[in-house]
Design a protein. Sequence first.
Length: 279
Amino acid sequence: MQIGVVGGGRMGAGIAQVFAAVGAEVTVVESDTIAAKAALTRVETGLRRAAERGKLDGTPTQVLSRIDFVTEIPSLPSRADLVVEAVPEAPELKVRVLTAVELAVSTTTVVATNTSSLSVAELGAVLVHPDRFLGMHFFNPVPVSKLVEIVLGPNTSDAVRDKALEWVRLLGKADVVVRDSPGFATSRLGVMLGLEAIRMLEEGVADAEAIDRAMELGYGHPMGPLRSTDLVGLDVRLAIAEYLERTLGDRFAPPRLLRDKVERGELGRKSGQGFYPWN
């Protein structure tokens, strides 16, 4: 099985890792050699952690040998079974990437977007073959998350849906299938919970740790909404909230505290500071 991943950030690196771990040959596309080296480091770190947890068949070196890092989309294998776009949540960027991917691969290749909120229909509208396009929304961190949200566009064929479900199960993950709608099922609910938690912190209802512990211990959430926002990235959560506000209304309006933190560069774990300090 040949898999392409465009974008080697935290999500893309995780997607590459899990497919390589089940035996796929994976090609990761990044924007330049520096970014490609950073993606390689992310995958190496992920594989080492998986091995330490006893969750890796083979050695990290053996799995890594199945991943190639390139700097141009035309370097994707033309006969890839699946290419997953995993670039930042900017519609214009995703459209450019998806258009280039379609030109680089055969008409039998399934093309997927890892978007967590953007319209699959709008992204797929630029493609010549939207029937082989769908959303495959992975969750962070990909190697340990249990879920992939399959988002069907208006033109996604049944055969492509079935292939996506097969791949999700091959990875040992569970699936939910949803129709294309702003925020789908997971981001829409997750962002709403996160925004309300930020408002509570802003209003002084409780501190961040108390809010998170209330959801973890009271409702069985594995991670509280503020720590989860730090993991996702405050800038990512802000962008999704702004999109949902435009498409679904004022109930998704981002709190002032979220905007202020993003303006200060407090983006969560990736910047070292969010609602919590990260070392």
